[in-house]
Write a protein that binds this ligand. Structure first.
Ligand code: FEO
Length: 402
């Protein structure tokens, strides 16, 4: 089959095919900015019987069905394996079920979500079976083993292992939001940075379930030769690297790296941010200065993944936070990064207030906060710049202690 394709079916091994869809223009995934688009990967496994693993987002149903149609008549499909019911993977079920009576296999927790989204498509009358970790489906020459992966990324999530070919269909696990005409890592180039951004924005809050899941894989002696996620490229050549990276990210490993994240109204908070960053750099620690109007929140979270410490700066606007800073802190709190130390800074005119709010929000996110933060009235001059440099030195020292 075609591996240098721009739209065709791709063979992973004998009788196993990528039949998904490429979303070249997708620019947002529930708050995650995706400048490179994404893919929704479906896989067709053909033994004596056939199984489709995951579907694609609703607008791409036709693309997926055309690819399936190159291999089999979709009406002859025997099983649809729903690793995860989030609509980017389940969205095409309505169209697919118009063409086939295939039995849907799903985890117990997936049933509620299936009927929640597809009741008006008749889901309560669909043929649905529940599977759990260790259950197997014999397709005749191809055996699927089901592995619950609760919270990776929703309560229903599971992954599916094809025993004979040692392919792990990992759904959201090990994914990347990138559109490419290439399907494999050895064709697409280094994808670890894309995988890190995906992990930081999708799976970061679920590091404990992830570590438990990796332990189950080891206990069941599941040693894949390929990891085929439902977003992005398939891991084959770099499979050991992505497994090692996942263990590191889920364990919260950080390095001597500091982020200075801020927005500014009349330039004062930016002057503070620059001074703090310069002091971190002068202390010999890697630093990244991140203006919230120039960097998507999801890119900042990728940088956060291996940072030991960070500062958040906001001017006070109407007694509160600058809007971009409020947006970022809400997003950060949801993703719950581990093992970080942080502090707050910002400029104000009369009442102040932003620094205290940042500190409270950081604590609400479970982050260790150095207090007091630094508030500067109107514009920082030499005395205040000295305090900014001290704050930078404190951040650098915290990063070195990790
Ligand atoms: Fe790719 Fe949780 O959906």
């Amino acid at each position: 089959m075609d591996t240098e394709e721009t739209g065709g079916v791709v063979e992973l091994s004998s009788g196993v095919y990528w039949v998904g869809a490429i979303d070249w223009n997708g620019r947002d995934f529930h708050g995650f900015t995706t400048p490179g688009g994404t893919t929704y990967n479906s896989y067709l496994v053909i033994g004596e019987k056939t199984a489709l693993i995951d579907t694609v987002k609703a607008p791409f149903a036709g693309e997926m069905l055309r690819r399936i149609g190159q291999l089999i008549d979709p009406s002859k499909l025997d099983y649809i394996i729903m690793n995860h019911m989030e609509p980017d993977h389940s969205g095409s079920l309505t169209e697919l079920k118009k063409q086939t009576d295939a039995k849907i296999l799903i985890t117990r927790r997936g049933i509620d979500i299936l009927n929640g989204y597809f009741r008006d498509s008749g889901s309560e009358n669909w043929d649905v079976g529940v599977v759990k970790t260790g259950d197997q489906l014999d397709l005749g020459g191809k055996t699927l083993v089901f592995l619950e992966a609760t919270m990776l990324h929703w309560p229903d999530s599971m992954e599916t292992f094809l025993k004979e070919d040692r392919i792990l269909f990992s759904n959201d696990g090990f994914g990347q939001h990138i559109a490419s005409s290439k399907r494999y890592d050895f064709e697409a180039g280094d994808m670890l940075s894309e995988a890190a951004e995906y992990y930081a924005n999708i799976l970061m809050p679920f590091h404990m379930p992830l570590l438990r899941y990796l332990k189950v894989l080891a206990e069941l002696e599941i040693e894949p030769l390929q990891i085929a996620p439902s977003h992005g490229i398939i891991w084959k050549q770099d499979l050991p690297k992505i497994l090692e990276a996942y263990i590191s990210w889920a364990s919260g490993e950080v390095k001597e790296k500091v982020l200075v994240i801020y927005d500014t109204m009349w330039g004062s908070t930016e002057i503070m941010a620059n001074e703090i960053a310069e002091a971190v750099r002068a202390a010999g620690v890697e630093v990244r200065l991140l203006n919230l109007r120039k960097n998507p929140r999801s890119y900042i979270m990728k940088e956060m993944l291996d940072a030991a410490a960070f500062a958040v700066g906001s001017p006070t606007l109407n007694n509160g936070l600058f809007p971009t800073v409020g947006d970022f802190l809400v997003y950060l709190k949801g993703l719950r990064p581990q093992k970080k130390k942080a502090m707050a800074f910002g400029s104000y005119g009369w009442g102040g207030g932003a620094v205290k709010i940042i500190e409270q929000e950081l604590k609400n996110a479970g982050i260790e906060v150095f207090e007091p933060g630094l508030q500067v009235r109107y514009r920082p001059y030499e005395k205040e710049l000295v305090r900014c440099r001290k704050l930078g030195e404190q951040l650098a020292a915290a990063a070195k202690k990790q």
